[in-house]
Design a binder for this molecule. Sequence first.
Ligand code: MN
Length: 229
Amino acid sequence: MPLFDLPVPPTLPIVGSDDRVNVGRIFCVGRNYEAHAREMGGVVDREAPFYFTKHPTATVLSGATIPYPLGTSDYHHEMEFAFVIGAPAFRVAPEDALGVIYGYCCALDMTRRDLQAVAKDKRRPWDLSKDFENSAIFGAVTRAADFVPGDQRIYLTVNGQSRQDATIADMIHSVPAIIADLSKYYHLRPGDIVLTGTPEGVGPVQAGDVLVGGIDGLAPIELRIGVAE
Ligand code: MN
Protein backbone atom coordinates (compact mmCIF):
# COMPACT_ATOMS: atom_id res chain seq x y z
CA MET A 1 0.00 0.00 0.00
CA PRO A 2 1.64 3.29 -1.07
CA LEU A 3 1.92 5.73 1.80
CA PHE A 4 1.46 9.05 0.08
CA ASP A 5 -1.14 10.78 -2.05
CA LEU A 6 0.93 12.13 -4.92
CA PRO A 7 -0.40 14.67 -7.40
CA VAL A 8 -1.80 13.22 -10.61
CA PRO A 9 -1.35 15.33 -13.73
CA PRO A 10 -4.58 16.66 -15.23
CA THR A 11 -5.83 15.11 -18.47
CA LEU A 12 -6.15 17.15 -21.66
CA PRO A 13 -9.45 17.59 -23.50
CA ILE A 14 -9.72 16.43 -27.11
CA VAL A 15 -11.50 18.48 -29.76
CA GLY A 16 -14.69 16.66 -30.83
CA SER A 17 -14.35 13.80 -28.34
CA ASP A 18 -15.23 13.01 -24.75
CA ASP A 19 -11.98 11.04 -24.34
CA ARG A 20 -9.06 12.72 -22.58
CA VAL A 21 -5.29 12.60 -23.12
CA ASN A 22 -3.47 11.51 -19.99
CA VAL A 23 -0.11 13.23 -19.86
CA GLY A 24 2.99 11.03 -19.83
CA ARG A 25 6.39 12.63 -20.09
CA ILE A 26 6.89 16.19 -21.32
CA PHE A 27 9.85 16.81 -23.63
CA CYS A 28 10.75 20.30 -24.85
CA VAL A 29 12.96 21.25 -27.79
CA GLY A 30 15.29 24.21 -27.27
CA ARG A 31 16.26 26.81 -29.91
CA ASN A 32 14.16 25.50 -32.78
CA TYR A 33 13.56 28.88 -34.42
CA GLU A 34 16.51 30.87 -35.77
CA ALA A 35 15.17 34.29 -34.74
CA HIS A 36 14.45 33.14 -31.18
CA ALA A 37 17.92 31.59 -30.83
CA ARG A 38 19.31 34.95 -31.94
CA GLU A 39 17.22 36.98 -29.46
CA MET A 40 18.51 34.69 -26.67
CA GLY A 41 22.10 35.18 -27.80
CA GLY A 42 22.31 31.45 -28.57
CA VAL A 43 23.48 29.45 -31.54
CA VAL A 44 21.28 27.10 -33.53
CA ASP A 45 22.43 23.52 -33.93
CA ARG A 46 21.19 22.37 -37.33
CA GLU A 47 22.64 18.88 -36.88
CA ALA A 48 20.34 17.78 -34.07
CA PRO A 49 17.78 19.20 -31.65
CA PHE A 50 18.42 19.35 -27.92
CA TYR A 51 15.91 18.79 -25.17
CA PHE A 52 14.90 19.51 -21.63
CA THR A 53 11.98 18.01 -19.74
CA LYS A 54 9.16 19.08 -17.48
CA HIS A 55 7.45 16.91 -14.91
CA PRO A 56 3.91 15.98 -16.00
CA THR A 57 2.52 17.40 -12.75
CA ALA A 58 3.59 20.84 -14.05
CA THR A 59 0.63 20.55 -16.45
CA VAL A 60 -2.04 23.27 -16.44
CA LEU A 61 -5.10 23.38 -18.70
CA SER A 62 -5.96 26.33 -20.90
CA GLY A 63 -8.37 28.68 -19.16
CA ALA A 64 -6.62 28.51 -15.79
CA THR A 65 -5.33 31.30 -13.57
CA ILE A 66 -1.94 30.48 -12.06
CA PRO A 67 -0.01 32.44 -9.43
CA TYR A 68 3.06 34.42 -10.47
CA PRO A 69 5.75 31.81 -9.74
CA LEU A 70 8.22 31.60 -6.89
CA GLY A 71 11.81 32.76 -7.07
CA THR A 72 11.71 34.91 -10.19
CA SER A 73 11.27 38.50 -11.28
CA ASP A 74 11.52 37.75 -15.01
CA TYR A 75 8.78 35.27 -15.83
CA HIS A 76 8.50 34.72 -19.61
CA HIS A 77 5.99 33.31 -22.07
CA GLU A 78 7.07 30.90 -24.80
CA MET A 79 4.26 30.01 -27.20
CA GLU A 80 4.80 26.57 -28.75
CA PHE A 81 3.41 23.97 -31.14
CA ALA A 82 3.11 20.62 -29.36
CA PHE A 83 2.29 17.07 -30.36
CA VAL A 84 1.10 14.03 -28.43
CA ILE A 85 2.54 10.57 -29.09
CA GLY A 86 -0.16 7.96 -29.72
CA ALA A 87 1.79 4.75 -30.35
CA PRO A 88 5.01 3.22 -29.01
CA ALA A 89 7.93 4.82 -30.87
CA PHE A 90 11.53 3.65 -30.76
CA ARG A 91 14.13 4.34 -33.48
CA VAL A 92 11.45 5.68 -35.78
CA ALA A 93 12.45 6.67 -39.32
CA PRO A 94 11.45 10.23 -40.29
CA GLU A 95 9.14 8.92 -43.02
CA ASP A 96 7.21 6.87 -40.46
CA ALA A 97 7.18 9.54 -37.74
CA LEU A 98 3.84 11.24 -38.38
CA GLY A 99 2.18 7.83 -37.94
CA VAL A 100 3.01 7.70 -34.22
CA ILE A 101 1.32 11.04 -33.45
CA TYR A 102 -2.05 11.05 -31.70
CA GLY A 103 -2.67 14.76 -32.10
CA TYR A 104 -1.49 18.35 -31.84
CA CYS A 105 -2.10 21.25 -29.46
CA CYS A 106 -1.06 24.73 -28.42
CA ALA A 107 1.31 24.92 -25.46
CA LEU A 108 3.09 27.48 -23.30
CA ASP A 109 6.60 26.70 -22.04
CA MET A 110 6.56 29.18 -19.14
CA THR A 111 10.10 30.09 -18.11
CA ARG A 112 11.86 31.77 -15.19
CA ARG A 113 14.22 33.62 -17.54
CA ASP A 114 16.41 35.13 -14.82
CA LEU A 115 17.10 31.66 -13.39
CA GLN A 116 17.82 30.33 -16.87
CA ALA A 117 20.38 33.09 -17.38
CA VAL A 118 22.11 32.09 -14.14
CA ALA A 119 22.08 28.43 -15.20
CA LYS A 120 23.61 29.25 -18.58
CA ASP A 121 26.21 31.51 -16.99
CA LYS A 122 27.24 28.92 -14.39
CA ARG A 123 26.87 25.93 -16.76
CA ARG A 124 24.21 24.41 -14.56
CA PRO A 125 21.10 22.44 -15.59
CA TRP A 126 17.97 24.35 -16.63
CA ASP A 127 15.55 22.59 -14.30
CA LEU A 128 14.91 25.50 -11.94
CA SER A 129 14.11 27.76 -14.88
CA LYS A 130 11.99 25.34 -16.90
CA ASP A 131 10.62 22.49 -14.77
CA PHE A 132 8.60 24.10 -12.00
CA GLU A 133 5.00 24.16 -10.79
CA ASN A 134 2.41 25.26 -13.38
CA SER A 135 5.06 25.68 -16.09
CA ALA A 136 3.46 23.57 -18.86
CA ILE A 137 0.17 24.92 -20.21
CA PHE A 138 -1.81 22.99 -22.82
CA GLY A 139 -4.83 23.64 -25.01
CA ALA A 140 -7.27 21.01 -26.25
CA VAL A 141 -5.76 18.33 -28.48
CA THR A 142 -6.76 18.09 -32.15
CA ARG A 143 -6.45 14.57 -33.52
CA ALA A 144 -3.81 13.97 -36.18
CA ALA A 145 -6.42 13.10 -38.82
CA ASP A 146 -7.69 16.70 -38.56
CA PHE A 147 -4.41 18.62 -38.77
CA VAL A 148 -1.36 18.47 -41.03
CA PRO A 149 1.68 20.53 -39.89
CA GLY A 150 2.59 23.02 -42.60
CA ASP A 151 2.99 26.78 -42.61
CA GLN A 152 0.34 27.55 -39.99
CA ARG A 153 0.62 30.85 -38.14
CA ILE A 154 1.65 30.65 -34.46
CA TYR A 155 1.00 33.71 -32.32
CA LEU A 156 0.60 35.01 -28.78
CA THR A 157 -0.97 38.17 -27.39
CA VAL A 158 -0.61 39.58 -23.87
CA ASN A 159 -3.55 41.81 -22.83
CA GLY A 160 -4.48 41.99 -26.51
CA GLN A 161 -1.02 43.19 -27.63
CA SER A 162 0.88 41.05 -30.13
CA ARG A 163 4.03 39.51 -28.67
CA GLN A 164 4.81 36.48 -30.86
CA ASP A 165 3.77 36.02 -34.51
CA ALA A 166 5.49 33.53 -36.79
CA THR A 167 4.86 30.33 -38.71
CA ILE A 168 5.62 26.77 -37.66
CA ALA A 169 7.27 26.36 -41.08
CA ASP A 170 10.17 28.33 -39.53
CA MET A 171 11.03 25.44 -37.22
CA ILE A 172 14.62 24.29 -37.80
CA HIS A 173 13.94 20.67 -36.82
CA SER A 174 10.62 19.42 -38.23
CA VAL A 175 8.17 17.23 -36.31
CA PRO A 176 9.36 14.04 -38.11
CA ALA A 177 13.00 14.98 -37.53
CA ILE A 178 12.32 15.52 -33.80
CA ILE A 179 10.55 12.17 -33.44
CA ALA A 180 13.30 10.35 -35.33
CA ASP A 181 15.95 11.93 -33.12
CA LEU A 182 14.19 11.71 -29.74
CA SER A 183 13.24 8.06 -30.33
CA LYS A 184 16.94 7.20 -30.54
CA TYR A 185 17.21 8.10 -26.86
CA TYR A 186 13.82 7.15 -25.41
CA HIS A 187 11.17 4.51 -25.94
CA LEU A 188 8.42 7.06 -26.60
CA ARG A 189 5.03 6.02 -25.29
CA PRO A 190 1.43 7.07 -25.87
CA GLY A 191 0.75 10.16 -23.78
CA ASP A 192 4.26 11.57 -24.09
CA ILE A 193 4.08 15.18 -25.26
CA VAL A 194 6.72 17.14 -27.16
CA LEU A 195 6.89 20.96 -27.23
CA THR A 196 8.71 21.98 -30.41
CA GLY A 197 10.29 25.27 -29.35
CA THR A 198 9.20 28.91 -29.43
CA PRO A 199 9.49 31.55 -32.15
CA GLU A 200 10.92 35.02 -31.49
CA GLY A 201 9.19 37.59 -29.31
CA VAL A 202 9.42 35.98 -25.88
CA GLY A 203 9.07 38.39 -23.00
CA PRO A 204 7.99 38.97 -19.42
CA VAL A 205 4.48 38.77 -18.00
CA GLN A 206 3.10 40.22 -14.76
CA ALA A 207 0.31 39.48 -12.31
CA GLY A 208 -2.98 40.45 -13.94
CA ASP A 209 -1.85 39.69 -17.49
CA VAL A 210 -4.00 37.62 -19.84
CA LEU A 211 -2.17 35.50 -22.41
CA VAL A 212 -3.95 34.22 -25.51
CA GLY A 213 -2.10 32.04 -27.98
CA GLY A 214 -3.07 30.28 -31.14
CA ILE A 215 -1.96 28.14 -34.03
CA ASP A 216 -4.22 28.19 -37.09
CA GLY A 217 -6.30 25.02 -37.13
CA LEU A 218 -5.83 24.19 -33.43
CA ALA A 219 -7.81 25.13 -30.31
CA PRO A 220 -6.41 28.37 -28.80
CA ILE A 221 -4.83 28.61 -25.37
CA GLU A 222 -5.57 31.15 -22.65
CA LEU A 223 -3.79 31.79 -19.36
CA ARG A 224 -4.23 34.37 -16.61
CA ILE A 225 -1.40 35.31 -14.29
CA GLY A 226 -2.47 35.81 -10.68
CA VAL A 227 -0.66 37.50 -7.83
CA ALA A 228 2.45 35.91 -6.32
CA GLU A 229 1.99 33.70 -3.27
MN1 MN B 1 10.55 26.64 -25.09
